[in-house]
Design a protein around this ligand. Structure first.
Ligand code: KG4
Ligand code: ZN
Length: 475
């Protein structure tokens, strides 16, 4: 018979408890409950657990030696899981010693998954394994709370099942950094600190979701500005620790690629053209969450070239959208080279940028006025031409099923149109995220977080931030 403990059971509970922890003592408070398994007027096993703010936690399970392997532990755990479901919990956590293989496989049979290690958790210095099981109404749905602070946008989002944006907040600091002509790292991290907890509250208010509904927390841990990244990483780690949620590390560029998942299914193999302020890569994906870099920039990324050209033309920051707009109003009348027009899948934009700077210099020396619209249009034409040329060749040679466009420069109207025209002509499926998911946002991190979670890419609280990290993990 399974029943709640009574005062008289305490000494028997403590004896059985010593089988799992030599110093075991009975402990009860407002949240802790004990169930005992009674057989022939004796306690042969017990389970203790707590429910705090609809968050269930298994504290201990112990069964007398001679009664083990008789489904006693199983029955105790089943009753507790049922109790937790009726109490409105969405998930249950527990800690088990890292080398307690029998215990780990027992919990895995109940659908608990391993999500993190807790270093030196036990008095003997051994690590604990944190395990979690999702239950309740939202059991079949995965809600990822995502945090993105890699540069000058403070953003958080809740994404359901990898493709449903439940709510996103993006606080852009562009107006603050504009006056300095670029992002000032120290100012960026200070602003992240000031905003992050505020928008976290705001997001939960807007979405009417609670922390208990969240399955896991995904955070950008690199690449980016180290001080900025650390704010997001620290916030995610704190929430993960406090609410016992799995922590998922996301590479910023993988986030950009998965922004496309918010608008379409993926069909493999696919090719992603990643164009941002820091990256300019052609990525082949043969299956979910596997990335093989087949080409990249040898020097500047395309967004960086846009920003530098905009600076020499005194157009302001960030240069990409301004040049894009001017290009629409101009004609390609200047003479600029098509950069790195070879048989590789690599790119190079520093030569094109220097050509623009030399051209401006020469024109000024000759005393002639620069037509900014025409120069912007010529520059954009060459950038788009080479990006499209190499990408379309890769699409054909690698026989991919889809082409994805990713990164901040995916917002570029000229590039979007040229890729669309070429893909239409060749019968290739092109996926481009809507503009709001092109520039930095946490929704894309939540989309990537879902697939990382399904692949059990989960880290512990030792997670750090990195200014540069590779993401090529073709396996
Ligand atoms: O992805 P993102 O927001 O940040 C990084 O991860 O780097 O990309 C920012 C870059 C900047 O260089 C910005 O100038 C560029 O994307 N960008 C554009 C456009 N919108 C943003 N470049 C060209 N055309 C645009 N419309
Ligand atoms: Zn980005």
């Amino acid at each position: 018979m399974i029943r709640y403990y009574r005062e008289k059971d305490i000494s028997e509970i403590e004896l059985i408890g010593k089988l799992i922890k030599p110093q075991y003592t009975f402990f009860i408070n407002n949240y802790t409950k004990y169930l005992v398994y009674e057989l022939h007027d004796h306690i042969v096993g017990f389970i203790s657990y707590s429910i705090i703010q609809e968050q269930g936690e298994i504290i201990d399970i112990a069964v007398k030696k001679e009664y083990q392997n008789q489904m006693i532990g199983t029955q105790l755990l089943e009753v507790v899981i049922r109790n937790m479901k009726t109490s409105g919990c969405n998930n249950i956590t527990l800690e088990v010693k890292i080398n307690n293989y029998q215990g780990i496989s027992f919990y895995e049979k109940f659908g608990f998954i391993q999500v993190a290690t807790r270093k030196k958790y036990y008095p003997d210095g051994k690590d604990a394994l944190l395990m979690i099981k999702n239950i309740g109404d939202k059991m079949n749905n995965i809600y990822i709370l995502a945090i993105e602070t890699s540069c000058d946008e403070t953003s958080i989002s809740i994404v359901k099942n990898g493709n449903e944006d439940m709510g996103t907040i993006i606080l852009s600091q562009i107006d603050i950094h504009k006056q300095f002509g670029g992002v000032v790292p120290e100012i960026a991290s200070r602003n992240h600190i000031e905003s992050i907890t505020f928008i976290l509250n705001e997001l939960f208010n807007q979405t009417h979701l609670k922390m208990k509904d969240i399955t896991a927390i995904a955070v950008t841990y690199g690449p980016g500005l180290i001080g900025s990244l650390l704010i997001g990483v620290q916030t995610a780690k704190t929430l993960s620790f406090l609410y016992q949620k799995p922590l998922i590390p996301i590479h910023h560029i993988i986030g950009h690629i998965y922004a496309n998942r918010l608008v379409s299914e993926f069909k493999f193999p696919l090719l992603a053209l990643v164009v941002s302020g820091g990256h300019n890569d052609l990525i082949l994906m043969k299956k979910e969450y596997c990335f093989k870099k087949i080409g990249g920039t040898l020097d500047d990324a395309v967004g960086e070239a846009y920003d530098k050209v905009a600076r020499v033309l005194d157009l302001g920051y960030p240069g990409g959208p301004i040049i894009d707009q001017l290009a629409k109003e101009g004609n390609p009348t200047y003479n600029l080279p098509l950069p790195l027009d070879d048989d590789s899948y690599n790119f190079s934009f520093s030569g094109l940028k220097s050509a623009v700077i030399n051209l401006i210099h020469n024109e000024r020396q000759r005393g002639s006025e620069i037509n900014k619209k025409d120069l912007a249009c010529t520059f954009q034409t060459q950038v788009v031409n080479i990006l499209v040329k190499k990408t379309m060749r890769a699409v054909k040679e690698l026989k991919v099923k889809q082409l994805l466009l990713a990164g901040g420069v995916a917002a570029n109207q000229g590039l979007r149109q040229a890729l669309k025209d070429n893909c239409d002509k060749e019968g290739i499926i092109l996926i481009i995220p809507p503009i709001k998911y092109c520039t930095d946002n946490a929704t894309m991190i939540g989309a990537a977080g879902y697939y990382a979670y399904r692949k059990k890419i989960i880290t512990d609280l030792s997670l750090n931030a990195y200014a540069t990290i590779p993401y090529d993990n073709d396996n």
